[in-house]
Design a protein around this ligand. Structure first.
Ligand code: NDP
Length: 429
């Protein structure tokens, strides 16, 4: 990638941005031409095949976050999101972090979990023992249910059992059989559901119970990605505060988000601003990622911050984020949606593990930007500056009026729709 083409990207016009991405080698000539012609949408025919009662496409703005260095590789990160300031914040944070070496990531094996949960078993401990003693037979029946994933080197790799009570008591009611499945490049929901439906009759036979549920778990605790960054205090100072004060404030703010769920939810929402935008852009199932991430934030029994910010011996700020990331680079709508295809191309056609590294790094960048702003100048200055354009459009501004209204709105005491309408009405007076 020739990053010199991408300098001051945000200052370029729409056409210049597309040209720069092409010149830098981030997108090819065909993708550049499609972008120039505004051709990123699904065809009606494809949309009609994708969902039921299809009427039209519902668009989201698609853009790119800049300045990311992840595991020593420069990356341009595609995002689909309606909220202003997320891309700016990610790019800002990534620039500071890049200047101190970028993000380092570690990705676990990609094992997804499937569950067959049975009811009506008289002797649950004995049934659990029977299932465990038939582990190899169950694994091979699971793999026979989806031979193509086995040919790709994946498939059911392990199994365990859990006894579940119908309430919070200690006395169990249900038996849950877990398969740990390597779904390779796919997120794997459909693959796993096929496996679980495939083994359920055999497990019913073994336990004399009834399989009530046969589906993947979206709590993918064996598909984790961690991103880390180290930022010297010299990169943290603001006009108001010295670097070590900003570092300590970021650490303290994260301590609050670790103990207080009211703060933790907002703290983690900020992380997901970036993560979801990339998950959506790459055609992945954001509901699955969201559900798993928030369960993971509660794994201690209390909902807590997903990031950790500490200082090392040199006094640098060190950030870490671990997320469960059940995403794929194939399957679902990834190969169908033109926007998702472009997003994968912008990322250089990453493997699922590489995409996990990007997602964890984007989440960490987003969190750094948000917490840094919160503990220094406050979040509204940057956010409302960018939100002003949305307010101008809502007020009815068109073309060059949008920026003019937004510029005046930034100076107004109240930055709201009424103020934007007022400015628009008086624009040329
Ligand atoms: P698919 O059903 O599309 O399956 C992925 C397919 O990709 C496989 O069947 C496989 O084909 C093919 N493939 C090609 N190359 C590879 C490779 N290198 N590694 C792995 N597979 C490869 O998608 P998923 O099973 O991933 O399921 C994801 C979809 O399921 C999403 O759309 C999600 O929204 C949805 N879903 C989610 C649920 C949930 O989260 N609770 C529940 C139900 C559905 P082949 O057969 O040739 O191996």
């Amino acid at each position: 990638m020739d990053t010199s083409q991408l300098a001051k990207f945000y200052k370029k016009s729409h056409l210049e941005k597309i040209n720069a991405l092409e010149a830098a080698g981030v997108i090819n000539a065909e993708d550049a031409e499609n972008l120039r012609r505004d051709q990123l949408d699904l065809s009606k025919e494809t949309g009609d095949h994708m969902i039921e009662n299809y009427l039209a496409n519902y668009s989201l703005p698609f853009g790119v976050a800049m300045n990311f260095i992840i595991d020593e590789q420069e990356m341009v990160v595609p995002m689909a999101i309606e909220e202003p300031s997320v891309i700016a914040a990610a790019s800002f944070a990534a620039k500071i972090i890049a200047s101190s070496g970028g993000f380092t990531t570690a990705v676990s094996d990609r094992l997804m979990i499937g569950q067959v949960t049975l009811k009506g078993i008289d002797d649950l401990p004995a049934a659990a023992e029977t299932v465990l003693s038939h582990k190899e037979a169950i694994l091979s029946r699971a793999n026979e249910a989806h031979p193509s994933i086995v040919k790709r080197g994946g498939g059911a790799k392990n199994m365990d059992v859990r006894l579940l009570s119908e309430d919070d008591s200690d006395s169990p009611t249900f038996l849950s059989v877990h398969l740990h499945v390597d779904t390779k490049e796919a997120m794997g929901a459909n693959i796993i559901n096929t496996l679980m439906e495939g083994i359920a009759p055999y497990i019913e036979e073994l336990t004399r119970g009834t399989a009530l549920l046969r589906i993947l778990s979206n709590y993918s605790t064996e598909c984790l990605a961690t991103s880390t960054c180290t930022i010297p205090v010299s990169k943290l100072s603001t006009p108001q505060f010295s670097g070590d004060v900003v570092r300590d404030r970021i650490i303290e703010a994260t301590q609050i988000a670790t103990v207080d769920p009211y703060r933790a939810v907002t703290h983690n929402k900020g992380i997901m601003n970036g993560v979801d935008a990339v998950v959506v852009a790459t055609g992945n199932d954001w509901r699955a990622v969201e559900a798993g991430v928030h369960a993971y934030a509660s794994r201690s029994g209390q909902y807590r911050s997903l990031t950790k910010w500490t200082k090392n011996e040199a006094g640098d700020l060190v950030g870490t984020l671990t997320l469960p990331l059940p995403i794929g680079t194939v399957g679902g709508s990834i190969g169908i949606h033109p926007g998702a295809k472009l997003a994968h191309a912008i990322l250089g056609h990453p493997t699922a593990k590489q995409l996990e590294s990007v997602l964890a790094s984007v989440g960490l960048a987003q969190n750094f930007a948000a917490v840094r702003a919160l503990v220094t100048e406050g979040i509204q200055k940057g956010h409302m500056g960018l939100h002003a354009r949305s307010l101008a459009i809502s007020a009815g501004a068109k073309g060059e009026q949008v920026q003019r209204v937004a510029d005046r709105l930034k100076e107004a005491p109240h930055k709201n729709l009424a103020a934007a309408k007022d400015i628009l009405n008086n624009l040329d007076k």
